[in-house]
Design a protein around this ligand. Structure first.
Ligand code: NAG
Ligand code: NAG
Ligand code: NAG
Length: 413
């Protein structure tokens, strides 16, 4: 208490004496939640992730086939992301709360799926159309662009470009839209483009609210759903969750991964030199559930683990009795090796039946990307990867940082 008071006093004196000195801004954190989407639509979670992988690959390629259009109004349920990371964002003045999927592969924030946009006196029409949708469920229609105030915990960003859906539709079992915090896409012909409008992170930095143009994410592996145990930090990281220094790497120069939070990474199984995927480009993605690796690497992983492909879940399966034969994976990022334990490689057993599995088996979260290595997007490190680490994306450098947490090797699954 004394220290704080003295510090405050000193700061006040410093500011008073030197009015032009800017007091250091601190990073701003708020709560990040996760939910396993229930029901029939989370079956075949591997196939769901592969659909997103195909969309990422085509969106990041020079020749873009058109995005699939979602079957709005059809009796088939719109496919959900199996596991979603989401935040509550207030939009407008006074704010209306919307629950938004956090998507690190998209730069566009949009709302209006399950809850209509409530214009307030901070909203301003942008006079621009946007495509509303997501990379798993496809395009749902068009929306109108607005500038409005967005509030995330203690962070209030003004004049944020937001897409507003013209029609309501069910999106991820009740979510209202997407918080896009990925790299800005300057080409306006692709689906879900922000047409160069800054993301919330970019605007917070431009508006001098945070010390750097970066966003950190922290989760812990969990067996509860929904759960608000994560944290998103704009303008830096929260060191209280770290158990290592950051390994920071530039965003890869390899297309199409370079359009996203793309990095170069090698993967081995059992020992750090038993390579199953040579150093290659891929993507870190909060909108993907599993870890997807190129088909040739997946074949090596399947052989090494002795697991069989399960028809019901689309995941590799092992009898529970063979769990102790599973060995660690090692992710090599710029010469730093991150161990990914056997426990980290299994789907939380309490959720087996929710994804169409049985409780006598264990299911592996490493799955087939559906295409061979060498195509410039040879892996996706999804949420089940992210929840074992602290990660940070800096859009100015641009770079990606990763560090271990107290839960990197936790036995929770
Ligand atoms: C609209 O903005 C004004 C001034 O910015 C503010 O005083 C007022 O409370 C706002 N109205 C609403 C409904 O929020
Ligand atoms: C909006 O969400 C914030 C953060 O979760 C919460 O503190 C606030 O009470 C909510 N506001 C309303 C009107 O529900
Ligand atoms: C598996 O499920 C059955 C039936 O739902 C239940 O009786 C049994 O206790 C469960 N076993 C484990 C290990 O959870």
């Amino acid at each position: 208490m004394v220290t704080t008071s003295v510090f405050s006093l000193l700061s006040a004196l410093t500011v008073a004496a030197l009015p032009h000195v800017v007091v250091d801004k601190a990073p701003i954190s708020h709560s990040l939640s996760r939910r396993l989407n229930a029901g029939v639509s989370v079956r075949h979670i591997a196939e769901m992730d592969r659909a997103r992988a195909r969309a990422l690959k085509s969106r990041g390629s020079a020749s873009r086939p058109p995005m699939e259009r979602a079957a709005v109004g059809s009796p088939d349920p719109v496919p959900n992301n199996p596991l979603v990371a989401y935040v509550v964002a207030g939009i407008g003045t006074p704010p209306t709360n919307y629950t938004l999927l956090v998507d690190t592969a998209s730069p566009l924030t949009w709302i209006g799926a399950n809850k209509r946009y409530v214009p307030s006196n901070s909203s301003k029409e942008a006079g621009q159309e946007v495509v509303i949708g997501d990379l798993i469920s496809g395009i749902h229609g068009t929306g109108e662009g607005f500038f409005d105030t967005i509030t995330l915990g203690d962070l209030t960003v003004k004049a944020q470009f937001i897409g507003v859906s013209l029609t309501e539709f069910d999106f991820n079992g009740g979510l209202d839209g997407v918080l896009g915090i990925g790299p800005i896409d300057l080409s306006s012909d692709s689906g879900f483009s922000s047409s160069g409008h800054p993301t919330v992170t970019n605007n917070a930095f431009i508006q001098d609210l945070i010390p750097s143009d970066e966003v950190g994410m922290y989760f812990l592996p969990t067996t509860s759903s929904p759960i608000a145990d994560g944290q998103q930090t704009f303008g830096g990281v929260d060191p209280s969750f770290l158990t290592s220094l950051f390994t920071t790497v530039p965003i890869t120069s390899t297309a199409p991964s370079k359009e996203f939070i793309g990095i170069d990474q090698a993967i081995s199984y059992g020992t750090p030199d038993a390579t199953i995927l040579r150093s290659t480009a891929g993507v870190v993605d909060s909108g993907t559930t599993l870890i997807l690796i190129a088909s040739d690497a997946f074949a090596l992983y399947q052989k090494a683990t002795g697991a069989t492909l399960d028809e019901n879940t689309g995941l590799l399966r092992l009898p529970a009795s063979q769990y102790n034969t599973l060995e660690s994976l090692f992710f090599d990022i710029s010469g730093t090796t991150f161990e990914f334990t056997s426990n980290a490689q299994i789907f939380p057993r309490v959720f087996n039946e929710r994804i169409g599995g049985d409780n006598e088996s264990i299911y592996l979260i490493v799955t087939d990307l559906g295409s061979p290595s060498g195509e410039g997007l040879d892996f996706i490190n999804g949420l089940t990867f992210l929840q074992r680490f602290y990660t940070v994306y800096n859009s100015q450098t641009p770079s990606f940082g990763i560090a271990t947490t107290p839960f990197t090797t936790a036995e929770t699954n």
